[in-house]
Design a protein around this ligand. Structure first.
Ligand code: DLL
Length: 432
């Protein structure tokens, strides 16, 4: 079977009817149970009955991460605690963590969303899934775990880290699927090579990678490293966790499970909705969640939406691969730079390894950017000229892409910190 649920392929008219009904129920729910939304809607002169169809979405108030923080921990929950069966939280690298909750129905829906994604990747109950997303407050581990079990596959709950053990299980347990961040997959592959093990020698056939931005170039590298299909899974804790969107075998963008999470792309400054194909901030309204249904949640992720039909047969709206968050956008001497743009250049250079970090600083009131990239084994023993040649090549490529002179520094192999979860690509010395 190609699809997990019929909702993935319904006509657009039917979808609209489903979305409209669910939105209306959700608005009633939050108006009744969440004082934050009741007040916001009253301030806008809106009553629940004013929201009749999905076209009325644009009248509803936005929700931000700050709102979740202001109502920390449970202030935006729309279900009583007796109905909540699971709590997760975002890592909270900046400030307070954000807390999210799920009812039994929410968990059941989440399992179906993961099963939809995995089915689209060609994963079946015959697969053995090595789940190397972190278990715990992070949604990646448990989210994928329950969805994979729901699909009927065998899950190995190894969690993130413990790389030697990962490799041992890959070899001995016959894992056919690995789920982890793309940066961790690279790290596992590299460690295998260092141990003299061919990463292509295992039974792996599919990787389910997400939780951080990654480029098409990174996808190619991972695919050729392991000899697998590297599939993209997108999500965020505030909306669900993994399972909000996924790419299908046509790889024409990620399908959003829009019968549960209605997407909009808005201009981040004016908050005006943008048309299909225009780039802006991704916003989600959760129309089936019970514990934490957020209205127009601003993700800070930058993407475009596509409403035309996908050859795979799904009518779920598609979005571009998320290659950056507005939070990670650097403004260097007036030029907007996303780490992923730099990644796409570096990964095409034969002499460098796919490990890099961006160092941002401020000198004489001007922002400066240095790109540190690891050279491949051997380059440092070559004449100094080789290093300079590669550095100059990357500098020129970056200049033609960004119109910006960036200092590129090749560093020795294995000097840039590896990640077992989300990679840290930016070291911002301005924030000291
Ligand atoms: O990272 C949920 C997840 C777990 C997704 C496992 C996929 C796999 P958070 O920790 O709340 O949740 O981080 C969400 O990570 O807003 C994006 O900026 C980024 N992100 C997640 N998936 C992708 C992806 C999980 N496939 C934030 N591509 C999001 C690009 C991604 N960025």
């Amino acid at each position: 079977m190609n699809f997990w649920q019929r909702e993935e392929t319904v006509s657009l008219d039917e979808k609209k009817a489903i979305q409209s009904e669910r939105l209306s129920l959700t608005v009633n729910r939050v108006y009744k149970h969440v004082p934050f939304y009741r007040q916001k809607m009253k301030a806008l002169g809106l009553k629940p009955e004013d929201i009749k169809s999905i076209d009325d979405l644009k009248h509803l108030p936005f929700t931000t991460k700050q709102d979740l923080r202001d109502y920390y921990p449970y202030g935006l929950f729309a279900a009583p605690m007796e109905e909540v069966v699971r709590i997760h939280a975002s890592s909270g690298t900046t400030g307070q963590p954000t807390v999210v909750g799920y009812t039994k129905n929410d968990i059941a829906m989440w399992q179906d969303m993961i099963a939809r994604c995995f089915t689209a990747y060609g994963i079946t109950k015959n697969d053995i899934i090595q789940n190397a997303y972190g278990y715990g407050l992070f949604t990646g581990g448990l989210g994928c775990h329950h969805g994979a079990e729901h699909l009927g596959a065998a899950v190995i709950p190894i969690s993130g880290g413990n790389t030697k053990k990962q490799i041992q299980l890959l070899q001995e347990f016959g894992s056919t699927v690995i789920t982890c961040t793309p940066s961790y997959a690279l790290y596992i592959g590299e460690t295998m090579k260092n141990m003299g093990i061919d990463p292509r020698s295992t039974k792996l056939r599919v990787g389910v990678f997400g939780a951080e931005p990654w480029t098409e170039e990174m996808r190619e590298q991972i695919e050729s490293l392991f000899g697998i299909e590297a599939m993209d899974i997108y999500g965020l804790s505030e909306v669900l966790g993994p399972g909000v969107a996924f790419d299908c075998m046509k790889r024409a963008g990620l399908h959003i499970n829009d019968d549960h999470f209605v997407p909009e792309v808005v201009d981040a400054d004016t908050l005006e909705p943008l048309k299909s194909g225009e780039s802006g901030e991704l916003v989600f309204t959760m129309i089936t969640k019970e514990a934490l249904p957020l209205l127009r949640y601003r993700t800070r992720d930058i993407t475009k939406l596509y409403t035309d039909k996908c050859e795979c047969g799904r009518t779920l709206v598609r979005m571009d691969k998320v290659t950056g968050r507005s939070d990670d956008m650097l403004i260097i001497r007036g030029v907007n730079v996303f780490p992923s743009q730099i990644e796409s250049i570096i990964l095409k250079v034969a002499e460098t390894a796919p490990h890099y970090v961006l160092i941002v600083d401020r000198v004489n009131n001007l922002d400066t950017l240095e790109v540190w990239v690891e050279a491949k084994e051997g380059l440092f023993s070559d004449a100094i000229k080789s290093l300079e040649r590669v550095e100059k090549h990357i500098t020129n490529e970056l200049f033609s892409l960004l119109g910006l002179h960036v200092k590129v520094k090749l560093v020795e192999p294995r000097t840039i910190e590896r990640s077992e979860g989300k990679a840290k690509r930016i070291i911002d010395k301005r924030k000291k």
